[in-house]
Design a protein around this ligand. Sequence first.
Ligand code: GCU
Length: 696
Amino acid sequence: MTRPLHLLVIDGYARAARDELEAGGATIAATLYERMLLRHAPAGSTVDILFPSDPGAEMPQGAALANYDGLAWTGCSLCVTDESPEVQSQVDLQKKAFAEGVPGFGSCWAAQIAVVAAGGDVTPNPRGREMGLARKIHLTADGRDHPMYEGKPAVFDAFTSHDDEVTGVPDGARVLSSNAWTRVQSVHVKSNNTEFWGLQYHPEYDLYEMARLTWCRAEKLARLGFFVDATDCHRHVEKLEALHADPARKDLAWQLGIDTDVMDAEIRQMEVKNWIRSLLVLFVVLASPALAQFNYDEAKVPKYTLPDPLLCAGGTRVTTREQWTKTRRPELLRAFERHVYGRMPGRPAGMRFETRGVQEDALGGAATRKEIVVHLGPGDQAPKIEILLWVPNAAAKPAPAFLGLNFYGNASTHADPGITLSTQWTRNNKKFGVVKNRATNASRGVRQSRWPAEMIIARGYALATVFYGDIDPDFHDGFANGVHPLFPMKGEAGRAPDAWGSISAWAWGLSRALDALDKDPDIDGTRVAVVGHSRLGKTALWAGASDPRFALVISNDSGCGGAALSRRAFGETVARINQAFPHWFCRNFHRFGGREGELPVDQHQLIALCAPRPCLVSSAAADGWADPRGEFLSLVGAHPVYALFGTNGLPDQIWPKPGTTILGALSYHLRPGKHDATSEDWKAFLACADRHLAKK
Ligand code: GCU
């Protein structure tokens, strides 16, 4: 399918820098980019050019931005880590492009802008400037599978000129190529379901333009030691120009070490050609129901029939608790393993627990704080999970407890300086004190609002939390890190389609933490509530459904793949979640993108797996992405199984107003406001725990 494209080229060079290039006989970056794009775009395509560093430049916004089929950023003489208004306004522009869903592409500064706009990091390359031809760039495993590199050799050289490099890739980003000088030579960034393909190198430069830019930088390059002096540089420039004029000059090609990957525009610009093609394919994809605009309109929810939780695969309907427990529950559990989350292994051999750092007068004397290290194997090298545990001093022991995973390390959940700072991979977030994927002291207490330890302790409950990155770092690396390698399986391609993904790994980690809590004399292992927010709410549900030792299961804003019914396809969909987070679920689940109606299970049955144990689903009214109503309807769908057990199930089956808590064997809480886990939510968790975990 072809049609003309309407593209925007953004050239961040300041006017003076552009003038200097032109004075040196070089073409400005915007023109090079425009020519290159039009070379590959369908006839009739148009390119607008924006110079954002020019005083008074008008940044496109809203519809004006969304009207572009794609944004292409050129290189730039600015430094993305500068906090200057020019830089910030360009980062903001890219953020807006992500928000508006406009795909992006570009060179050098482009990759850096995209990474920074999506929350990653760029820093000066400690090896110094990479200049001229970046040698032996090789495609990573992700790069080899990436549509941008279709038809490109697996190892190539490319023109480059940069001091900075991408050092922290944002969530969901993939490094596509690398060389010995610069780890990130190209990157696929994804934010808000919008893709940006960024190159550190410059396919827009032919030999002549390479020569002219080198000439313009002669003094600087000599100073940096690339040439003996400017004359030496000029000799090199002459050779480049001569080879450009006569590409058959074998002598020059040999002396300069330049091959067809640089000389032949078809090969050199394969990435651009493929990007243009992806924009055209995107029209087709966007027109397909699976990835069309996400639906937030109740009237447009597809008609669906939920699979009956009580109906066995063989066609008989369960009528007794025994039948449920013996036949239907195991069958359903297997179906969730097979089609959604993947199989979890058992306990690892040689697991042991070590308690450390006990402080009996924590939280002003209200609690004892301890840390339990769960060694997942016998030796010191075995991976470990660290539990931060607060025990209420005033409560009778053993005490009931809440157990949940956290996103930024145990130390992020409370400012108490005695908490061990995680040394594991942590999602980059400068604001939260995580730099280069490591938590720093600045991360202490940044997520305290989600973990109101004082309030929980005052109510007589212990609180245990584990950093999810201890169990499995949350990015797709082909299951090489975290606990997956403890239970060896062949490389990803050879992995079974029902092999465990990250959610199963995190849930498995929660069960191991429960093993440890159960051994702790202060904790009543029969009264532990498993709790989690968002992706970790999905995890809490799967842990609670699969491990019957959890006495209460609490999901907060867990949405798609959590409490929300998949068949409603309201907000986030199965297609989108698997595309954005390919490592969360098992491979089989990917097959149901856009085909939710064919799923053998739906999420109400996940809740039913907890029966008759109490389960609380907590939603936020403004969290459309997680489909609050679909989360409620899962409870309604699970009700018949709870009724079979003679419980009151979900006592009120009309979706309530925000600010309501319905308490029953199945409980629901709807908080006004956005996606978050707040003390309001915790009040509902505590009310539910008081009802179900208090000693009778
Ligand atoms: C994304 C994702 C959700 C998930 C959330 C989170 O928004 O699409 O499914 O719940 O991240 O875990 O924060």
